[in-house]
Write a protein that binds this ligand. Sequence first.
Ligand code: HEM
Ligand code: HEM
Length: 194
Amino acid sequence: MSEAAGRPIRWHPALVTLHWLTLLLVVTQFVVASPMRDETRNLVERFEYYQLHKSVGLTVAGLIVLRLVLRLTVAAPPPANPGRWLRVASDTVHAGLYLCLIVLPVTGFLMVSSAPLQIPTLYFGWFAVPHPIGPDKATYELMRGLHYWLGNLLLALAAIHVAAALVHALVWRDGLLRRMSFGRRWVELRGDQP
Ligand code: HEM
Ligand code: HEM
């Protein structure tokens, strides 16, 4: 940060990039989940969809680790919401979203690793990712159930999150969306208007 730099006025460009990239990848996951589980499709096609879902999901896992490291080390803009309860509510939803983004790939990977029918996980066709555990029906059922419910939880939290973003943009018109966008700079300079 230069000497003239002060308080961040938006999220760091790396965090902005990771936010929108994660959105794109998560949408892909939900879109792909339906044809991959469609039993009327042929198996080769479903296999490709499964591999895509697993590869994109593992990518989300890597990106979320990077994002959390940056989130905890790079300066953040001040809290967006004025009231205490709004702040608690938004922090809770954000924490829930982060939790889903971590636990969904973990449960997904443990599900395929413990599946009775072992199918390799080919990361975008480049290499096979080793499965850490072998077939185990109880673990498989547990992970499959958790994966399903976490998917629903993520959808519910994302719906609240997007609704809140819309309220900020259309009702309160407080420029919150600008905090999650790329601008000329991410910290205010001396003499800048807040
Ligand atoms: C952010 C990451 C992920 C998201 C949002 C996600 C989302 C979903 C969703 C919505 C479903 C459909 C659930 C249902 O209706 O039963 C699903 C199924 C599945 N996912 Fe993921 N997933 C993610 C990561 C992964 C990863 C990393 C793997 C494995 C390496 C994986 C493996 C699977 C499998 C095998 C199924 C099919 C389960 C079944 O047979 O019903 N997922 N996922
Ligand atoms: C059109 C959809 C979306 C919009 C407009 C949007 C907008 C925003 C905005 C403006 C912020 C910054 C809030 C602040 O400055 O305090 C934010 C933060 C965040 N968003 Fe989104 N978002 C969207 C979708 C998503 C989705 C789908 C996810 C999760 C998969 C997500 C996860 C997060 C998280 C975890 C934060 C918290 C950042 C932090 O405090 O580290 N967003 N979003």
